[in-house]
Design a protein around this ligand. Sequence first.
Ligand code: ADP
Ligand code: ZN
Ligand code: MG
Length: 476
Amino acid sequence: MNYEPVIGLEIHAQLLTGTKIFCGCSTKFGSEPNTQTCPVCTGMPGVLPVLNKRVVEFAIKTGLALKCDIAPYSIFARKNYFYPDLPKGYQISQYELPICEHGYVDISVDGVGRRVGITRIHMEEDAGKNIHGAEVGYSFVDLNRTGVPLMEIVTEPDIRTPAEACEFMKMLRSIVRYLGVCDGNLEEGSLRCDANVSVRSAGLEELGVKTEIKNINSFRFVEKALEYEIKRQVGILKDGGRIVQETRLFDSDAGVTHSMRFKEEAHDYRYFPDPDLVPVVVDDKWVEEIRTTMPELPEQKKKRFIEELGLPGQDAALLADEKALAEWLEEAVKLGANPKNAANWLINELMRMLGEDKTPIEDSRITPKHLADMLALIDKSVISGKIAKSVFNKMYRTGKDANLIVEEEGLVQISDSSELESIIDKVIENNPNEAERCKGGEVKLMGFFVGQIMKETKGKANPNMVNELLRKKLAE
Ligand code: ADP
Ligand code: ZN
Ligand code: MG
């Protein structure tokens, strides 16, 4: 029997606001434990939460990007549970009336497109962090993260393969980064993914029993954890067993999932509307105002890179995926660089070098202006493509501009035909046997001569002219 996987994701995104969702404490990451707390976020009696308007704005922005309906009226609810990192004994979240619903994201894997429905986006507060093992016999709790704003994005069970789940996560990360609402760092936990998965006999409509996998903190693990879990479920069903609805933890070292706890049901949380917070009322005017601040998103950018800049689809996708890269390219093009050439240098040279040095593009010493200037030198035949590579390397290391490097190092291309001719004559003279064979029809020896001439000129000979002159002397 064939089984089909069904996957739905629940994604938590930490919002890039300066302060927490219901108090004025800083959201800065990495401070001394419990230095960014106040009576509100530590759940002292008698205090009242006040909603951070920025959080609503960020959620609406995301909702618009994910083609959701924005609720004119939504409410906060208390989700009750006991855990040491939750000082109030409840988390303020949204339950029945979330801020956004009914959206979608289009993804494509290996040319197969899929529309993934967005069930809802809601706003909530993060919990604190328990610290175990710092001192024998004790566990500690750091409440700096308590009350940091989160957005939870829930998808419909529309995803069918681990690769699609991974692609969805990548797309979502790209979108929230474009919007500037979340930094999208999976490793540090500012973007966290819980994956729900079930399998069913191919062709059946009815969904199978699902498990929820927690603790997935990289794109690779999204795929790995789901692949493992699908195999596990299919194995159980093939042996005539039944899947237990439960929460499982992914162990990335072993590449397996372990049972963590039986899945709690919504009623276990005793949700009820939070009486301390007024309903969130969003009027059309505000939504339209936010709409005007929406940046061009990765999908549109990719389309424009293909249609207007003439980039190959793969290059367009690669660059559009990361806002900083896309903007880097656009800036170079604005400064006169040919888009295709600029994209090639950016992808094949700069991104490779930055990758090796683990440096983000924002910290690159080569700016779009550097590249545009260098491409202009190639266009004007001042330097050859080969010399350009070494100029590019020097720009990367020193941040000097191309003109200066070319001038300082005397790299100007030799395009003077009489100068080139005398060099060519010398090389032919020094290699009489090869010259004879070449004249006799062994044209592949041309490459040998080009190499010798480049060696002689330290790569500065104008390659087109060298080819033309050589052909005249050896092949005609
Ligand atoms: P729960 O009430 O258990 O939290 P929800 O209905 O709220 O479940 O769905 C949570 C997530 O699980 C959603 O992303 C949803 O698409 C996904 N999901 C629901 N049922 C299934 C299923 N049978 N198989 C796979 N994913 C599912
Ligand atoms: Zn606080
Ligand atoms: Mg649920």
